[in-house]
Each structure stands twice: as C-alpha cells, then as structure tokens.
Design a protein around this ligand. Sequence first.
Ligand SMILES: *[C@@H]1O[C@H](CO)[C@@H](O)[C@H](O)[C@H]1NC(C)=O
Length: 487
Amino acid sequence: MNWFLWILIGVFIALQPSYIHPDEHFQSLEVLATRIWGIKGSIPWEFTQVHSARSFVPLYIGYWWVFQLHGILSPIWVLRLIRLQNFGLYLLVSRYALNHLMHSGTQAEFVLQSSYIAWCHQSHSFSNSLETLLLLIALSLYNDLICTPYGKHAMAKSAVLSVVIALGIFNRITFPIFLVLPSIVLFVKFYLRSWRSLMVLGFTLLLSALSFIYVDTLIYGCSYWVIAPWNNLKYNLDETNLAQHGLHPRYTHILVNFPQIVGPAVLFLQLPRRSLRGWLSDIPLLSVLSGLVLLSVFKHQELRFLIPLVPLILMSLKFNKYWEIYGVKTWISFNIIMAITMGVLHQGGIVPLLDVMREEPLGVHIWWKTYSPPTWMYSNQRTLYSTTNFVDDVEKVDNIPFSSIHDHVVDLKGSDEKLLNYTLDQFLLQTTNVQLIAPNSIAHRLKSLQDNYQFQSLQSWPIHLDLDHIGQSGKILGISRYSVVRR
Ligand SMILES: *[C@@H]1O[C@H](CO)[C@@H](O)[C@H](O)[C@H]1NC(C)=O
C-alpha cells in the first residue's frame, strides 16, 4: 500500500510545470523541437554544427516518439508526457536494479521511491536522469556477470552491456567515471577468464559507437565524421572553458551537493561491516566511490552531476538503529519539503505563462530576472531569441536586434535596471507591442522606471518561487507579465 502512495506523489510532482535548471530544456527538448517540429529556438553551442559536441542519439531514442504527437498535444502536454515517461522508466529500472544488485530490498525500495530526486530530477529531461537509468542497467549486468560467470547468457549480456555503455558515453562524457572501480572488478573476476565474452563486448562496443557516430554525422549534416563525445571531452579538458560555467571548490560535491541529495539520511547511514573481499564485491558502493572521487577532481561541480549516484548510495549503505525511530519521519518531511520547493514551486510560473502566451500573436517579449524561457514552448516558426552578452565582465545588450519587433523573445537574464531601461526604450521607439515578464520578488525594482513607463499587469501566476532574489522584497512567490507603454 505504501509504495502506491509514493508513486502517486511522484506522478503528481512529475506533472507539475516546475523548472529546475535550464539544461533540462536547452540540452534536450529545445534541440529536438527545433529539429523535429521545424520551429525556431535557441540552440546551445554544443549542438551547433561547428562544435557538434553532443550526440543526438540518446535524445532521439528517449523523446522522438513524444515529439511525433505535435498537433495532438500542446507543448505543455508534451512536457508532461516526457516527465511521466521518465518517472515511469525510473521506477522500472530502479526496481530491476534492486533485484539484481541487492538481496533483500524492502527498506532500499522505500527510500528509492520516496526520494525527492526521484520525483523531481529523474522526471525532468536532464541528460543526468537518463544517465541514472543507463548506469543502473550497466551495474546490474556487471553484477550478473560477476556473480554467475558461467551463466548461460554471458555473451548476450556482454553485448547488451556494451550498447548500454556506448549510449552512456554518447549521452554524457562523464559516464565512464561511474564505472571505473566496478570495471576493474568485472575485468578481473569475469572477462579475464572469459575471452570470448570480452571479444563480444569489444566488438559490439565498437559497432555501437560507429553507428552512433554515423547517425550524428547524418543529423549534423557534416562532411566529416562527428565524434560527439570526443569533441565534448576536448572542450571540457580545457579549464578556461570550464571557468565560463563557474568554478567551484573541489569539496563542493562531497560537502555541499552530497548532503543535499540524500538529506537527513546522511545522519543515519553507516557503512556495512565487511571484509575487503566483501567491499570488492559491492558493485553499487564501488560505483559511488568512483563517481564521488573522480567527479570531485573537476572544478565544475553541479548537484545534478551526482543524481545517478542517489539510488546507488541509498541501496548500498545500511541505516543505523535510530533510523526507524527518527530517521523515517525526518526523511519523509525533508523529501516532501524539497519536492514542493524544487518540483512544484521552483521557477514554476514560466511554463504556464508560456502556455497562454503562445496562443497570442507574439510581438516583443522581454524576460527579466527569470530562468531562460524555453523558447520551444512558443512552438513558433519565426521566433527570434536574443540575449545579453558580456564584455570584460560587464553585461551588455550589443547582440539584441532592436529593429525586430515581431516574434522576438528577449532574455535579459539577471541584468540590472539600466539595461532593462535601455532595452524598453529602444523597443518602444519602434513598437507599442512590448511585454515584460518578471518575478514578483523584484516588482519593486520596476518603480525606478515608472517615471518613464507604465507597467500594466496582464496576468499573474502565483506558483513561482524565485530563489535568486530572496530577501530583496517581502515577496518570494509569483511571476507577472506586464504590457509596457511609454508615459
Ligand atoms: C531610462 O532611459 C531614459 C531614456 O534613455 C532616460 O531618460 C531615463 O533617465 C532612464 N531612467 C533611469 C531610471 O535610468
């Protein structure tokens, strides 16, 4: 009965229009919608032909079918369906992994299904969510091959494993990091004694990689071979490139991100008492160690990089005796609060506003102090997306073509009032059809501009949490769109 409740909550959260991080749109759905629907959007550099640093293969496998429902479903329902699919797949795959990686699993099953990471991050369209699924399947196959090396289907399993690994690498270049220690054990305990399976593994891996390279080359339309993971690796090994995405201290994953993803469970975890032999056969734990240690080497450390580790951490560690008394209650409270924050409220007004606005003729939409609007949800064949640029760390609007006054989406991001003022001024010289979309938390900052402009509220959406501007005014909830006219 209990599991039914957690799944119900998960489905509810998956259906909410919250927006956790721009990559959930721009690294996946935005790219697919522009390709498949032929609409205009904002393509990140990784997916441009010059860089071709991300593979299309995992995206097409994961979401192509949903985009075929264009015309039947509105973009917001496409989004909901994708989130439901991702959550459903997580339930199936984590169940499968529990069966293959653990012997008794009732407690692990409960924490796996009631973690807010499962409800929020796994249901959203991050490449990291797909990475979790591929990692769980790969490790389950590892465990099978190690535990029953003379089993019937070793060769078939090796073939499936290599396809999963290839997909993982083409999905995110960091995928092999999670497999380092488990792979050593797998090699010593199985492949060293089973050369035929090793050959099957190598051969299928090569074949999968070649076919993915072929598909990417076709999709990018290049005259040379596109090896997306290789292009991505070259970029990421250059620290000046990483610096553009923000550098973090090396302890961020361990001291900041890890406690955030497992919450109070961290207080009740204990390492199981085992011999060295026992440790070496614990595949989930070896993967957690590889992931945590090696990802900590890189200086760009975002919380979502760790989400593939969540089910593994929760299934490989044991809880101490206080878990039943205090742990379960704090765990449930923590996850409900985090789920409401990240899965319901966080930047939650952007998608519902877009759903209304895409039905109206689009003039100039200026987004200010919000996460980047997922332009694919305008589902518009003419959208022009423009945004700010930086010159010596100073934000500018040099790249915004102010003469484009139709179907123009302007993303002013976190820029200051002066840039907003200048942008409004330039557009209002040419058109009267200008709308501003801004969170209520910074509504007071529009006052300084009220001598020049009148902001007429057209629509408000209360379910929108703006964590970036907390404490700047009494409000933290809500987002509004205004029609702007000159006084
Ligand atoms: C906004 O821009 C207008 C036109 O350039 C200018 O006259 C006005 O002083 C500016 N207001 C603020 C608050 O900067």
